[in-house]
Structures are given as C-alpha cells and as structure tokens.
Ligand binder design. Structure first.
Ligand SMILES: NC(=O)c1ccc[n+]([C@@H]2O[C@H](COP(=O)([O-])OP(=O)(O)OC[C@H]3O[C@@H](n4cnc5c(N)ncnc54)[C@H](OP(=O)(O)O)[C@@H]3O)[C@@H](O)[C@H]2O)c1
Length: 313
C-alpha cells in the first residue's frame, strides 16, 4: 500500500489507517464485538500493508489499547501506533468523559497507554479534544517533555479548530490533525484542511464511512443500535436522504467495479491535503474490503458528481 509522509514528521504512514474505537467498545456503544475478531482484524490490516493503527484510552476504557497491544506482539516494528490523551474515564455510565489536558494528567495517561499498548513509545500522541480550562502552554509543556524523553515520537490534535491549532503550535510541533471528514461530513474541506496544507501538517480524517452508513448495508428497516441511534445522520428525514444518496453512490461505484465503502474511502483518501483516512472495522473481511478503497482514483468528473449529489439530495 502507498505510504505518505505525515506532515513534517518523520512518520511514513500507509494511505489508509485502521481505527479501533468499535473494537474496544461496549455492546451499548457499538453492538457485539469479539476480541478474537478484533485481534484478527488488526493483524489482517498489517497483512494488507496498513501500518497506522489509531486508538484512544477512552475507547472501551482502556480495552481498545489492550487489544491493540496484544495484536501487535512480535510485529511492533511494522506498526505506527497512534493514541490520544485528554478524555478521562467517566465516574458513572451516564456521565460524558471529562476533558483534561492538564500536564500531570497527560503524563499519567501516557504511562497508562504505554503499559496497555505493551510498548516503550507511541508514534503519534494526539490531544483528543481541546480543553478550554487549561492554558495551552501548560499542555504543550507536558507533551514536548514526552517528546524529549522519547516516550512519544510526534504530536497531533483531534477535533481542534484552526485557532486552537495555531495557539498550540506556538509552543511546540504539531504534525497532524484528526477531524471528522467524509462525503456526508465535508466541512473540514472549507478551512481545516487548507490550513493543514498551508502549515505542512498531515490530515487523518475519522469516520470516512460515516459509522458504516456509507457502506450501503442500511435501509429504512435496519435495526440501529448504540452510537448510531444518537447520530443525526441516522435519524429521520436526514437518514432517508442519506439512504437515497448511498443508492446513487452505488451506481458510481459499480462503474469502477468497487463497493460503496471503497468509493467513500477513496473520496476521502484522495481529497487534496488528506494523508490517510482512519477507517473502523470489526471483522477481517471489512478490513480487506476497505483496503480496496485506496490504490485507485476517482475521476474529477465523478468527484464533482458526488459533491453535487450531496448538495442536491
Ligand atoms: N478523534 C475522534 O474524536 C474520533 C471520533 C470517531 C472516530 N475516530 C477514529 O476513527 C475511526 C473510524 O471511525 P468510526 O469507527 O467512527 O467510523 P467509520 O470508519 O466510518 O465506520 C466504521 C464502522 O463501519 C462498519 N464497517 C466498516 N467497514 C465496513 C465494511 N467494509 N462493510 C460494512 N460495514 C463496515 C463497522 O461497524 P459494524 O460492523 O458495526 O457495522 C465499523 O466499526 C475510529 O475507530 C477511531 O479510531 C476518532
């Protein structure tokens, strides 16, 4: 699989990355997920040439990182591990994860991630969400100390706006941004991605399949569960509009002899400025299909047609 440099870092990442949120998750979040299947999926990704694995402590409250740590045993040198800090474990089921980018909390979180991932270093350490209550100078102080100690190799941010990225970059190197970006959620193309191009930063879009909606496997009668029941893209008129859009995307995909999932991944992966979309999977067969989303190119006419469909549907 093609490799691309991540911003101005030394990391050469595959054109597709594997996301492991669902792999660590509870039944209430992502339905049934089997640890054996998750480990097989991670190993399948490595076999397909995917080298970037994205996880976070909050995914299954440490479980996703543990699964990744197990799956890469004996293959650490084939993998670039990306994890995150800044979302703490909630004290009860109904509480949202508190945000915290305080220095001592980051240092604690990093040690716990290293332990769960069974590694001595993290390749890309990302702030999961901004924390308005902590001065960014203090956050960056902790992160640059981790860089100097060799516990992390590069720094990234996720869900940061461009002003927040610019402030953080005053205090240290940030080589990548992780925004939501897909056919259904193209907003990052307006300002975030152009900013990253201008500042030689990598872009690692998440949810390129819109949580599976852009695979074509849903219809009006599908029984939705977990995170999907709370996502506006899966609700009411918006959901019906998305199903109709997916039907049109299927026709375009067929002309390339590709699936809708592969088309959606390709649209994101080949958008100027994108380094590698992070695609989630729960089974090796999904990983294999998704790997076929890169290594080919949609024509400019079809890209324009897709953008038009999103506007008009
Ligand atoms: N930084 C952040 O705030 C943030 C937020 C969200 C995600 N992320 C990262 O981005 C990754 C990907 O995002 P995501 O998991 O939200 O969404 P996604 O990649 O758009 O969708 C992944 C889900 O779609 C289904 N799927 C995947 N490939 C498929 C295929 N070929 N055919 C049919 N179904 C398929 C699987 O779920 P089912 O089998 O249940 O259908 C899978 O878990 C996450 O794992 C995480 O690493 C980061």
């Amino acid at each position: 699989m093609e490799r691309r440099r991540l911003g101005d870092s030394e990391l050469e990442v595959s054109a597709l990355a594997l996301g492991t949120w669902a792999m660590g998750a509870t039944v209430e979040t992502w339905g049934c997920v089997d640890d054996g299947e998750s480990i097989a999926s991670i190993q399948e990704a490595l076999d397909c040439g995917i080298n970037l694995i994205d996880t976070a402590p909050i995914y299954g409250l440490g479980h996703s990182e543990e699964i990744v740590g197990k799956a890469i045993q004996g293959r650490r040198d084939e993998v670039l591990l990306a994890t995150k800090c800044g979302l703490l474990f909630p004290k009860s089921e109904n509480e949202l994860p508190p945000r915290c980018l305080a220095p001592e909390s980051i240092l604690r979180e990093c040690e716990a991630s290293l332990r769960r991932l069974r590694t001595e270093y993290i390749d890309l350490y990302q702030c999961h969400w901004p924390d308005p209550d902590v001065p960014v100078r203090e956050t960056m102080g902790a992160l640059t100390a981790l860089l100097e100690q060799g516990k992390i190799r590069a720094l990234g941010v996720s869900n940061f706006g461009i002003e927040e990225i610019a402030s953080a970059r005053e205090f240290g190197p940030i080589c990548a941004s992780q925004p939501a970006f897909s056919i259904l959620q193209p907003r990052a193309a307006q300002d975030l991605i152009p900013y990253c191009i201008e500042h030689d930063m990598g872009v690692l879009p998440y949810s390129p399949l819109a949580k599976g909606l852009l695979t074509g496997k849903f219809d009006e009668d599908s029984k939705l569960e977990g995170v999907r029941t709370r996502d506006p893209e899966f609700i009411g008129a918006r959901y019906r509009r998305n199903l109709s859009l997916v039907a049109s995307l299927k026709e375009i995909a067929q002309r390339y002899d590709k699936t809708v999932a592969q088309l959606a991944i390709n649209w994101t992966a080949n958008h100027p400025g994108v380094t590698a979309p992070i695609v989630g999977a729960k089974r090796p067969s999904q990983v294999i299909e998704n790997a076929g989303g890169v290594g080919w190119t949609l024509t400019d006419e079809d890209r324009a047609r897709i953008d038009e469909l999103v506007r008009d549907t």
